[in-house]
Ligand binder design. Structure first.
Ligand code: ADP
Ligand code: ASP
Ligand code: MG
Length: 835
């Protein structure tokens, strides 16, 4: 929509062509450090050209002035303490920064006079319990009146100007708005003598921002919260300044609000249009009306950091050369209400929209988003929550007749929403932005309630549930590569051998992944069976154990706490063997949190539950990955899926899936009895802490069930035919009884082993699936069998498929161990990052 902003190229009124306007916000005058930095910046500039300095109130003072007036209004004595605190803060500042005795005394006199007036006003409010708009405006003006006196005294040759003499407002639709022409005239007159001097000792004009005077009544008014930026822009435009500099507390205009998006970074250059779109949608760094006056005069704006003056900041200007990025920034407005005007009579009726907007305008309600479907039977309007009731009331009144006849419905208002805008002039040359936008939100479980894109294509705005604001901003910032790296937020549950190893692997790989893959693995939650820590900024993996030890939270509430965090791109990683934890997956997937698990319980539980988990993940566009459930880090489940996805059919699976059992049957020998092999398996960490879980075949059954399901067959654990090698009685008593009784099996095993040896065979505990039929059994395999040479605790899987029929596919390797399992979990996490 560039053309309507016809910028002044003519060199008219170049009275002060070499002058600058510098505006310093609240934080830039809020502390001793920042105000001294201001002095340095301004005095350096003033050596080469005339400067006008516009200042805000000391940081936080405007809020304090308003809050104190409310205390006084309610008759609360506490207003006096608050007032004294404000006086003290100003006194302390002056004491520290003004070293010249005479200057300091003069300044104290001025400041104390202002405070005396202010105290009288507060006292009046307190006594008569009345706070008119006029009184409130008078009170709030003191912030800038005080700060400008301090800055003028601090600066060498500083001269304070009274902005109420030249910034004039008029009342329109119940609001104070700038009387633009009159103001321009008055500014020119006021500054003519100040800024034309060319000597090096020239005066520096110091102007209180924000405050103004009504052109008719003469009463003190203001330009709205954040209005000092506007004051500066008005002056810059009227004086045709070379540049308007907005000095604040961040390194410039950033891709998003840095308080919400940790990865937001400074935008080097922005066009006026982009800056305007971002500001209108809540980028607080510049007060929205600021841009227009300087834009039509083609005066560039620089946004700079008082605390880091060396940083180049952001340059806002007419046109950006070699602009590649389609999206420049994201901003948002909290507290949105969507009012929907709907009714069957609206279709094709000319004038409904005119009536809506005129009605709202007359009431002084601003509409920041409109969405109308082409069927024309409803129009949705975005207004601020605080305007919602009034808007509904006036619209119901306006359409009273139509509502009475039933041709239209009463206004429908939905509050508690938020509006987000993505902005960039290059969007119009890049197809697919809207698709990507809505796809990204959908995958994160965020539904869009209304949306609008103007034909200018520089802004796509949409309304969402306010609770999803932070998550939406983060996920969009991430997916549009506004960030330098992609973030994956991990909740790791279980810090035993596998979990502990995984955390260690992530810690070691962290920088490498950032540098090489542009991926930040942010561990935002760690839980043991008793405690957990959550930190959306990322937990320090060097000290997580100490942090966890100091944390009193019980783990029951973990699920709710994670969902409550509502964090974007998140993955729940289960390194436990707990059925309770497995029971949380469904809820996580429903909240668009991917699940990566080394825990077999969920995928081997009832088929319906397994199928629902997979289906939920698919519908929600997230992942449910459990590669390490079978064969630790070996690529078995992934391979089965790849084969099936490419149209192959899995006919048979034969496998040795228990590292523990394979170890036991490889160790058994004439001098190593069966009970001793079991003991060794436990000692060397191959078996479960309770080895009966391995020996009873349950672990293998679970794995076989998972593989069979992934191969496309419906199976339950009870369907698996089991041929075990130990009597059931061994699995029934206590673990101590088990260890005591175990040697009673040794003699029988030795007898059978001798027979086996004479036949040159070996034992393998084999899991089989044949066209969906499943079994597990201890088998004796001869030298020609591919399982014969399987060493140590290794696993092996033979896949017979339609394509791999004559020579089945073979996958073999370490099938157990914390390191390889953790690495397998890590690989699953990475596959999510690479989507
Ligand atoms: P000042 O007191 O200098 O006027 P403000 O508080 O009005 O400062 O504006 C600066 C603040 O705006 C920053 O500290 C930052 O938190 C916030 N902000 C919001 N959106 C953005 C953005 N896109 N870029 C930079 N800052 C932003
Ligand atoms: N002091 C005013 C405010 O806090 C104006 C400004 O800082 O721009 O809103
Ligand atoms: Mg501001």
């Amino acid at each position: 929509m560039k053309p309507h902003l016809s910028r002044g190229t003519a060199k008219q009124d170049k009275l002060h062509r070499n002058m600058k306007v510098l505006k310093f916000g609240g934080t830039s005058v809020g502390s001793v450090k920042s105000i001294l930095s201001l002095k340095k910046i301004v005095e350096a500039e003033a050596r080469t050209q005339p400067v006008v300095v516009v200042v805000s109130a000391l940081g936080g003072i405007t809020d304090k002035l308003l809050a104190t007036s409310q205390l006084a209004l309610r008759g609360e004595e506490r207003w006096k303490e608050e007032f004294d605190a404000m006086v003290n803060r100003h006194h302390q500042m002056i004491d520290t920064i003004i070293t010249d005795d005479k200057k300091r005394v003069d300044l104290f006199n001025k400041i104390d006079q202002l405070f005396e007036q202010l105290r009288s006003i507060y006292y009046g409010v307190y006594l008569i319990h009345d706070l008119s708009e006029k009184t409130q405006a008078a009170i709030v003006s003191y912030g800038e009146r005080l700060s400008s006196n301090i800055v003028a005294s601090l600066l060498k040759n500083g001269v304070r100007m009274n902005s109420r003499d030249f910034i004039r407002t008029e009342r329109k639709n119940g609001k104070h708005t700038l009387a633009a022409e009159l103001t321009t005239q008055l500014v020119k007159e006021a500054f003519a003598p100040v800024c034309t001097k060319s000597d090096t000792n020239r005066t520096i004009a110091v102007v209180p921002g924000f405050i103004s005077r009504d052109r008719t009544t003469g009463e003190t008014t203001n330009l709205g919260r954040g209005g000092s930026d506007y004051t500066a822009a008005i002056i810059a435009a009227a004086l045709d300044a070379e540049v308007l500099e907005i000095w604040t507390d961040v390194d410039g205009f950033m891709t998003a609000d840095p308080r919400v998006i940790k990865t937001a970074y400074t935008i080097n250059e922005l066009s006026y249009i982009e800056a305007m779109e971002l500001c209108n949608f809540g980028a607080k760094v510049i007060y929205p009306p600021t841009i227009y006056p300087v834009c039509i005069k083609n005066i560039p704006i620089k946004v700079k950091n008082t605390f880091n003056p060396e940083h180049p900041g952001t340059l806002i200007k007419d046109h950006i050369e070699n602009d590649q990025k389609p999206i420049k920034g994201i901003s948002s407005i909290k507290g949105t209400t969507l009012i929907t005007v709907t009714g069957l009579s609206m279709v094709g009726v000319i004038g409904v929209n005119r009536r809506i907007f005129t009605t709202l305008a007359l009431k002084g309600i601003s509409v920041f988003m409109v969405s109308q479907a082409s069927s024309e039977n409803s129009t949705s309007i975005g207004v601020r929550d605080e305007d919602a009731d009034a808007a509904v009331e006036v619209l119901n009144e306006e359409f009273k007749k139509e509502i009475e006849t039933g041709a239209m419905f009463p206004m429908h208002a939905e509050s508690g929403l938020a509006t987000i805008a993505i902005v960039g002039e290059n969007m119009k040359h890049t197809p697919g932005i809207a698709g990507k936008l809505f796809g990204t939100l959908g995958r994160s479980g965020i539904s869009v309630i209304a949306c609008a894109q103007g034909a200018s294509e520089t802004n796509i705005s949409f309304v969402i549930d306010g609770r999803f604001l932070r998550k939406s901003l983060n996920v969009l910032h991430d997916s549009f590569f506004l960030s330098e790296y992609k973030v994956l937020n991990l909740f790791i549950c279980g810090i035993g051998t596998v979990g502990g190893m995984l955390i260690e692997q992530i810690r070691k790989q962290y920088s490498e992944l950032m540098d090489r893959n542009g991926l930040k693995l942010n561990v935002v939650g760690i839980a043991s069976s008793k405690k957990y820590i959550l930190d959306r900024d990322g937990i320090d993996l060097n000290t997580y154990k100490e942090q966890l030890a100091a944390q009193p939270l019980p783990a029951e509430s973990l699920r709710d706490a994670i969902i409550q965090m509502n964090i974007f791109n998140s993955v729940f990683v289960d390194c436990t063997a707990s059925s309770e934890v497995a029971g949380l997956y469904q809820t996580f997937l429903e909240h668009n949190i991917s699940v990566v698990t080394a825990n077999k319980i969920a995928a081997s539980s009832e088929y319906e539950k397994y199928a629902l988990l997979k289906d939920t993940a698919l519908r929600r566009g997230v992942k449910f990955l459990f590669e390490t459930n079978v064969g630790a880090g070996l690529p078995i489940i992934g391979t089965i899926n790849d084969l099936r996805n490419s149209g192959d059919k899995i006919l048979k699976i034969e496998a040795v899936l228990s590292g523990t059992l394979n170890f036991i049957f490889n160790e058994i020998a004439a001098d190593v009895p069966f009970s001793e092999t079991v003991r060794r398996a436990k000692e060397q960490g191959y078996s479960e802490p309770d080895p009966r879980i391995d020996l009873c075949g349950k672990d293998v059954v679970r794995k076989l069930v998972i593989l069979t399901r992934e191969a496309g067959y419906r199976v339950e654990q009870d369907d698996v035919v089991k041929h075990l090698f130990m009597p059931d009685a061994f699995f029934e008593g206590t673990i101590d009884e088990f260890w005591k009784n175990l040697p009673s099996l040794d003699a029988d095993f030795e007898k059978r082993r001798q027979v086996l040896e004479s036949e040159h065979k070996r034992w393998r505990f084999v899991a089989k699936m044949d066209h969906g039929a499943t079994s597990v059994s201890l088998e004796a395999v001869d030298q020609h069998h591919p399982f014969y040479g399987l060493e140590g605790s290794n696993n092996i899987v033979l896949l017979t498929t339609e394509r791999y029929k004559e020579y089945p596919m073979l996958i073999q390797g370490y099938g157990a161990g914390a390191g390889v399992t953790a690495a397998g979990v890590f690989a699953n996490i990475m596959s999510i990052a690479n989507i």
